[in-house]
Ligand binder design. Structure first.
Ligand SMILES: Nc1nc2c(c(=O)[nH]1)N[C@H]1C(S)=C(S)[C@@H](COP(=O)(O)O)O[C@H]1N2
Ligand SMILES: [Mo]
Length: 246
């Protein structure tokens, strides 16, 4: 939880600074006039488990665009797509007592959660979609995550410019109730452009954390030695933060 304490540290310094401003002068009036702003900071300090906003069916975007990989050409992805992903497997491995190899039927047989949420991409666009799939927590509980695990890594089928896409989250986001392995978008099987046959929804995080074309879920003690060690494809090769909480 190292990253979390960094975030909390920044938040605490921010609150301390604001209290100082608030003691005298116009800052005080500003603070008193804006109680929700103050609450917002408290939520930010303790609200990692709060739910992301959910929307109504009338809010669903007419088209949910694809971004990054939208039609993987590497490996056997195209063959798998042509076969309706009948042989697709999501491996659950690493620091688990019972490694699993989940078919799409296995995924669909689990209790499902449906949620209408807003996706925010750092590139400056958003879209609202309805996602359906089992909570990741159900899968992790079935696999029996061991005590030493601190992160969950998501492996993807697509290779972008010579590197496999991957992402990772800490246990708070892994067990968050809105963290699901989505296989349906707006009531239809997930389109290829949006990550068929299954992709992560990590609703408290920015778009690049939502790994598409999911092939494996790995419980690990450390992110060292995975990719370039920064916890994700974009984290490894740009300034994108590993913790992309919203
Ligand atoms: N495997 C994989 N996952 C990915 C990406 C990608 O290129 N490959 N792009 C990410 C980014 S930057 C965003 S904004 C979302 C886009 O999801 P969408 O294609 O459904 O819009 O997927 C994320 N997950
Ligand atoms: Mo993105």
């Amino acid at each position: 939880m190292k990253r979390r304490s960094v975030i909390v540290g920044i938040g605490a310094a921010f609150v301390a600074g604001c209290q100082k401003i608030g003691e005298t002068g116009p800052g005080k009036a500003l603070l008193e006039a804006a109680p929700n702003w103050h609450k917002g900071i408290h939520d930010a300090l303790g609200g990692r488990t709060a739910l992301a906003p959910e929307y109504g069916p009338e809010d669903i975007s007419p088209f949910f665009r694809g971004n990054g990989s939208t039609d993987p050409q590497n490996g056997d992805y195209q063959d798998q797509a042509a076969a309706g992903f009948a042989d697709w497997r999501i491996e659950v491995r690493g620091l688990v007592d019972n490694p699993l190899s989940l078919s799409m039927d296995n995924l669909r047989a689990l209790p499902q959660r449906t949620q209408i949420t807003r996706h925010d991409c750092v590139e400056g666009w958003s879209a609202i979609g309805q996602w359906t799939g089992p909570q990741l927590s159900l899968i992790l509980d079935a696999a029996g995550v061991q005590d030493g695990a601190r992160f969950i890594v998501f492996r993807c089928a697509d290779n972008l410019n010579g590197a496999d896409y991957y992402e990772s989250v800490d246990m708070l986001d892994a067990y968050h109730p809105q963290t699901i392995v989505a296989h349906r978008l707006n009531g239809e099987p997930l389109p290829v452009r949006n990550g068929a046959p299954a992709r992560m929804r990590i609703e408290r995080q920015l778009g690049y954390k939502h790994a598409k074309y999911l092939t494996a879920i790995e419980a690990v003690a450390s992110l060292d030695g995975i990719g370039a060690g920064k916890g994700g494809y974009w984290e490894d090769r740009s300034g994108y933060q590993w913790y992309a909480g919203i």
